[in-house]
Write a protein that binds this ligand. Structure first.
Ligand SMILES: Cc1cc2nc3c(=O)[nH]c(=O)nc-3n(C[C@H](O)[C@H](O)[C@H](O)COP(=O)(O)OP(=O)(O)OC[C@H]3O[C@@H](n4cnc5c(N)ncnc54)[C@H](O)[C@@H]3O)c2cc1C
Length: 475
């Protein structure tokens, strides 16, 4: 330890003031000032979660007087949180437990306790107690009423700092972590050395490193054998799907709903890929899609990304631009038009009957049809056979191409990989090898689908850590 540097001692240090760290610090304030109970008792909070918390609150006493250091490596808190949900912050989605669990893939059992203690309804109520009013959109996604992620960040910070025992340190990038003989945790930062009895480590994943979560802390933590934490390497999870020389680049900006992406790998799957990523040889997902310069993004493409390897592999992607029942209806209509000898040119008929953006239809015609077939789109439908009509629809409704890869970590929204779940107690988020060290959020090997599930996981794992650190067995 460098004795020339100023030492800051505390009972608890929260390292990383992003979504998880800010929420942990704000929750401590609510537990101390009684607003937690007020939030718990709001009528829309489920009886099950109330009962769970009430049982704990009666059994345990609150360690209300902890001196807390809030440590952030950047000059401001919540840089990534500010970007979430198109800067509107999709905070959670209200789903039944079964549907919610499925959003966390192989981490669903590990996160069961976290989901039980922080349901989307309790989250909503806690945020309300922090002066963050929220609403559910038509798909059950939770957003702040202001539609401003920055409001969430600033009010979480405001609530966190309302605890007179908490002090925040900015631009304090922690460069190492170790434990002394008294089990105190030593955290050298850029300006001070922090010495603390307990820690919540919330330094995030490795995507969008310019926001401060660059994956460096994960390496330090795993390098120190005292914590016995091993990790899976960081890999992009929610990321765009890209292709070298993407032929539809000119269509960037087009967004479509109800698209089906079917991805298939021709490589052999490893056991680890099957277990960790629930990777299959063939995977099909439906949802909204955005065409960009290098490929596809939007929830449907991004949700598929976790299943792909980071490096290019032998694979193929089929995009079905429209829902199957709609394609079937158009196909019946086209057969009817051919049968009735419709005089309209096929291209015009498709524009009138196929609900695809004109730019996309033109591009398909120009790029995906051979000269002969392109010419045929200018001819009246009556000259087509039913089989040719089916072939045309096939080209206009499905696009098949090969050699896809995922965008790199610089541009991925979420990291898969991180501290292995087997190193952590799922009831408290404490390190099994060091009970006073709690690990939360994206620093853990958890990643979820689009829809607020990653923020919910960061908030919920922080909730368990705070519960375990603040609610102590009554003497
Ligand atoms: C563009 C974008 C949009 C997204 N949209 C959504 C969305 O709408 N809904 C959703 O659920 N999820 C969304 N996510 C994912 C979500 O933001 C993350 O899953 C979430 O922020 C993870 O929280 P965290 O607290 O674990 O880490 P982070 O929020 O990344 O916070 C980590 C903090 O730790 C600090 N830190 C790192 N290392 C150190 C160190 N050595 N010393 C001190 N401090 C350190 C960082 O500076 C940072 O402030 C989005 C992500 C991106 C990039």
């Amino acid at each position: 330890m460098d004795l020339n540097r100023k030492q800051i001692t505390s009972d608890l240090a929260i390292v990383g003031m992003g979504a998880g760290g800010l929420f942990a610090a704000a929750l401590i304030t609510l537990l101390r000032n009684g607003k937690f109970l007020e939030a718990l008792n709001r009528p829309y909070v489920e009886a099950e979660v109330k009962d769970l918390w009430q049982a704990d609150l009666t059994k345990f006493t609150l360690a209300a007087n902890l001196k807390i250091s809030l440590i952030e490596g950047q000059e401001q808190v919540g840089k990534k949180l500010n970007l979430t949900g198109g800067q509107r912050a999709n905070l959670a989605t209200n789903l039944t437990e079964e549907l919610l669990a499925a959003k966390y893939f192989a981490a669903k059992d590990f996160l069961r306790k976290a989901r039980q203690y922080l349901t989307p309804s309790l989250l909503r109520s806690l945020l309300y107690s922090m002066d963050i009013a929220t609403y559910y959109d038509e798909q059950g996604r939770l957003y702040p009423k202001s539609n401003q992620a920055k409001e969430v960040t600033s009010k979480l910070l405001h609530t966190a700092l309302a605890n007179p025992l908490s002090t925040i340190y900015y631009s304090e990038k922690i460069t190492d972590i170790s434990m002394d003989g008294q089990q105190q945790i030593i955290l050298p930062g850029s300006k001070h050395t922090f010495i603390t009895k307990a820690a919540i480590l919330a330094t995030g994943g490795a995507s969008y490193p310019k926001t401060g979560s660059d994956g460096a802390f994960l390496k330090m933590l795993t390098a120190n054998k005292q914590f016995n934490c091993s990790a899976y390497p960081a890999k992009p999870a929610l990321a765009a799907l890209q292709q070298n020389n993407f032929p539809l680049a000119d269509l960037q900006g087009i967004s479509l709903t109800d698209v089906t992406l079917t991805w298939e790998t021709f490589s052999r799957l490893t056991k680890e890929e099957e277990r960790r990523y629930q990777r299959l040889k063939r995977q099909s997902l439906q949802g909204d899609l955005l065409i960009n310069k290098k490929g596809f993004s939007g929830p449907c493409a991004m949700n598929l990304a976790r299943f792909l390897r980071e490096k290019a592999e032998d694979n193929a992607l089929t995009v079905t631009w429209l829902p199957a029942d709609l394609i079937k209806d158009v196909s019946e209509k086209l057969k009817q038009a051919i049968h009735e000898g419709d005089k309209r040119p096929l291209g015009l008929w498709l524009k009138q009957n196929l609900p695809l953006p004109e730019r996309l239809q033109n591009s398909i015609r120009e790029k995906l049809l051979t000269q002969k077939y392109r010419h045929q789109t200018t001819m009246p439908i009556k000259y087509l056979t039913a089989a040719e009509g089916t072939d045309f629809l096939e080209v206009f409704c499905h696009w098949h191409s090969v050699d896809w890869h995922v965008a790199d970590l610089l541009h991925a929204q979420v990291t898969s990989g991180g501290i292995k779940r087997t190193c952590i107690d799922p009831n408290t988020m404490a390190c099994k090898a060091a009970a006073n060290v709690h690990i939360v959020g994206e620093l853990l090997d958890i990643d979820a689908a689009c829809g607020g599930f990653n923020l919910l996981a960061a908030f919920a794992t922080s909730t368990l850590a705070v519960k375990s650190l603040l609610l102590l067995p009554a003497q």
